[in-house]
Design a protein around this ligand. Sequence first.
Ligand SMILES: [Zn+2]
Length: 100
Amino acid sequence: MENFLFVIGYMGTGLVIGAYAPQIWHLWTEQCSAGISERAYALWVVASALFLGHALIIGDAVFMITQLVNIGALVVILVLARRFRNQICAGHAHQLHVRK
Ligand SMILES: [Zn+2]
C-alpha cells in the first residue's frame, strides 16, 4: 500500500514536470513571455515554499520533492519571463492580432 501511495505521488510529480516543460521550452526557445504574470508566478513560489515547510514538518518525501520541483520550475519561468519581458513570438503576436 505504501509503495502504491509513492507511485501515485510520483506520477503527480511527473505531471507537474510535464505541465511546466512546454511553458519553459516556449520561453527559452521563442524568447516569448506572452501570458505570463510575473506577480502570479512569484506568489506561487512563496506558496510552494510554505507547502515545502509543511511537507518538511510532516516528513512527507513526495510532497517535499514535488514542492522542490515546483519551486525550481517557477524560478526558471520567472527568470526567463523577466529576461524576455514584453517580447512575444510571431505565433502569439498573430493570436493577439486576430483577437482584436
Ligand atoms: Zn509565444
